[in-house]
Design a protein around this ligand. Structure first.
Ligand SMILES: *[C@@H]1O[C@H](CO)[C@@H](O)[C@H](O)[C@H]1NC(C)=O
Length: 153
């Protein structure tokens, strides 16, 4: 019985830590949402990669596979995208709800409100935009319905 309880705790620990680590193992962002994000950001991908010096694979994987590589330039890549898409006002650093709802698949007024609230005190705009991305990712996760076939491409 003790073994069962400690196994349960271990499982809980593993599950809760996997929530913070990437790649996500038990949940995923629905594919159509990821594809829509890729499509919307496409025109700005190359300019933002050049501007931030992020590794192109880091940029792509972070969005297509929700794998967040340890690349310090990645945070500023999300800032670059946010500014170019008018999701953030460059002068004030404020997020623009209307543009999130219009352009970013999966974002609802509730998700925007909660994530915006969470990030409103962040003064580093790279961290703020990256944090917004992660907050949205966690808001649209669903249990994985099939093996992660797309990992092998
Ligand atoms: C993304 O773009 C591709 C190619 O233009 C298109 O076939 C696909 O339907 C788009 N997906 C979404 C979710 O917008």
């Amino acid at each position: 019985m003790n073994t069962l309880i400690s196994t349960a705790y271990l499982l809980l620990f593993v599950l809760s830590s996997s929530y913070c680590d990437y790649p996500l193992t038990t949940k995923e962002v629905p594919l159509y949402i990821r594809q829509s994000w890729i499509n919307v950001t496409e025109p700005h991908r190359t300019p933002c990669i050049c501007e931030t010096k992020v590794k192109p694979t880091s940029a792509y994987k972070s969005m297509m596979f929700t794998e967040i590589p340890n690349d310090p330039c990645l945070k500023c890549y999300y800032k670059c995208l946010s500014i170019k898409l008018n999701l953030m006002e460059a002068t004030t650093g404020n997020f623009v709800e209307k543009e999130f709802l219009r352009q970013i698949e999966g974002v609802t007024p509730e998700i925007f409100k909660r994530c915006n609230e969470k990030l409103k005190c962040e003064v580093d705009l790279c961290k703020k935009c990256f944090g917004m991305y992660l907050c949205i990712v966690h808001s649209v996760l669903v249990p994985k319905s099939h093996p992660p076939i797309d990992k092998y491409h």
